[in-house]
Write a protein that binds this ligand. Structure first.
Ligand code: DGY
Length: 328
């Protein structure tokens, strides 16, 4: 490692304090326009950078990595999820990958809870009525939703965010159930008063609300396919603040339209911002533009993590948030 400042290329605009700190520390190229880099711009970036700071939406695949210059040694992702990065290929080429876990846990869990409350209580329909000026005043039978207290919440993926949702759900009187690759330590399970299901299928058939918190990997792609969605009760709701690819969006849309599922709160979609148009018109669906982690505090802390990962790497150590093969 020489003393020359590291060339860091950032693909999108980051919060101002993060960009300023990066400018102080590194030879950084920022994206002033915030326009998503096209394939050619990404190729140019991986050819010239010592460190690339991409984020969700930048596809860092084998094809792109084939253009990487020999100086590219770290991909310091701005974000916790790294399913847009071919980590295996990066590692084979001697390029480390890091991410920003932990700092967006509470914000994402809060947003999940907001949807768990909003969808069964029909908040979307209520706000639309008010915005259109169509409210005729209180009535005993208008906009009746469903009570949260006492319902069963199934959490798919009981990592940091799943557990943060479980803690909140418990305070709202929900019965927490979960499915995870590995069962939690029994003390943790007891503290959350959570019921473990080894079989996802069995859990799906029993819960009133399902909330998704597992990562998107080849193994979880369409984990909620048409067959599994059909196991759920027609009175049940689905909340997804994780990744759209985990759910078969077309099957979900069909079932929401036909009343085979009661409603959904979706912050993420199978094809990014190219959303199934039939989802948009549904009263029982709350759609959000992937804003689960969108707080000023969280986004600055994500940037601070990126900086720590780069600094630690530059000092000759492994970045604290290195993505390792066991995480794939
Ligand atoms: C992430 O960091 O992967 C989140 O999805 C952003 O909200």
């Amino acid at each position: 490692m020489t003393n020359a400042p590291l060339k860091v290329i950032v693909t999108r605009r980051l919060p101002e304090p993060v960009e300023t700190r990066m400018r102080e520390l590194f030879d950084v190229e920022l994206n002033e326009t915030d326009e998503k880099m096209d394939a050619a711009a990404l190729v140019d970036a991986v050819k010239r950078a010592d460190i690339l700071v991409p984020t969700l939406g930048d596809v860092i695949d084998q094809k792109l990595l084939a253009h990487a210059g020999k100086n590219l040694r770290l991909i310091a992702n701005y974000g916790a999820g790294f399913d847009h990065i071919d980590v295996q290929t990066a590692l084979q080429r001697g390029i480390m990958v890091s991410n920003t876990p932990g700092v967006l846990t509470d914000d994402t869990a809060d947003m999940t809870m907001a949807m768990i409350l909003a969808v069964p209580r029909r908040l979307r329909e209520g706000t639309v009525l008010m915005q259109r000026g169509e409210w005729q005043g209180w009535s005993p039978t208008a906009l009746m939703g469903h009570r949260i207290t006492g319902k069963r919440l199934g959490i798919l993926g009981m990592g940091r965010i799943g557990q943060a949702v479980a803690r909140r759900a418990k305070a709202f009187g929900l019965q927490v159930h979960y499915h995870n690759r590995r069962r939690l330590h029994l003390d943790t399970e007891a503290a959350l008063e959570a019921t473990y299901w080894e079989s996802l299928d069995q859990m799906l058939a029993r819960v009133d609300i399902l909330s998704i918190h597992c990562p998107h990997t080849p193994g979880t792609f369409h984990l909620l396919n048409a067959r599994r969605l059909k196991l759920m009760k027609p009175t049940s709701f689905i909340i997804n603040t994780a990744r759209g690819e985990i759910v078969d969006e077309n099957a979900l849309t069909r079932m929401l339209r036909s009343g085979e599922l009661a409603g959904a709160g979706l912050d993420v979609f199978e094809h990014g911002n190219d959303i199934n148009p039939r989802l948009k018109g549904l009263d029982n669906v709350l759609l959000l533009p992937h804003m689960g982690s969108a707080t000023v505090e969280g986004r600055i802390e994500m940037g601070e993590k990126v900086i720590i990962n780069i600094k630690t790497f530059a000092d000759g150590h492994r970045p604290p948030d290195q993505v390792v093969p066991s995480m794939l």
